[in-house]
Design a protein around this ligand. Structure first.
Ligand SMILES: [Zn+2]
Length: 152
């Protein structure tokens, strides 16, 4: 038996580890967007309910940079509107590291302005292989979150 409690909108697993559930299709959408945006970082938002992704909203990187991103403000606005229309919550941000590891950069930590959302980082390990990890970043404190693929 696992004890499940809810804290800051994220499920805590056995009081040890937080979990975010998403589907293979959500993961594929983020990887496809990251692939398409190489050599720049890709970014976008995640809509859903606490602990569960229900939609992925890819956006443009207004910075067009291989080492940082700023989500295009129009894309951000449109995603936020759709999230509201669908009755979802804004639960996460994803971005890619086309030539880095799936760990938050110092910029990612410094610029994590939304403490309640989960940050997913998709890193390109080889030319075609990507890996994905999730984090909560609150006031400079980084905690890894377990990403679980669930197609139920
Ligand atoms: Zn980053």
């Amino acid at each position: 038996m696992y004890q499940v409690t809810v804290k800051i909108g994220i499920i805590k697993y056995n009081n040890m580890k937080q979990i975010l559930f998403l589907t293979q299709s959500h993961k594929n959408t983020m990887i496809a967007h990251s692939e398409k945006t190489v050599p720049y970082e890709a970014c976008g938002l995640l809509g859903g309910q606490p602990g569960h992704v229900t939609s992925v909203y890819p956006g443009r990187n207004a910075q067009k940079s291989p080492v940082r991103y700023i989500l295009d403000p129009i894309d951000q606005l449109n995603a936020m509107k759709t999230i509201e229309l669908r009755g979802e919550e804004f639960i996460g941000i994803f971005h890619s590291h086309p030539r880095g590891k799936a760990i938050p950069s110092t910029t990612d930590i410094a610029e994590a302005y939304y403490p309640k959302v989960i940050h997913i980082i998709i890193a390109r390990n080889t030319r075609t292989k990507w890996s994905m990890r999730g984090y909560s970043i609150v006031k400079g404190k980084v905690e890894e979150i377990s990403l679980q693929i669930s197609d139920l």
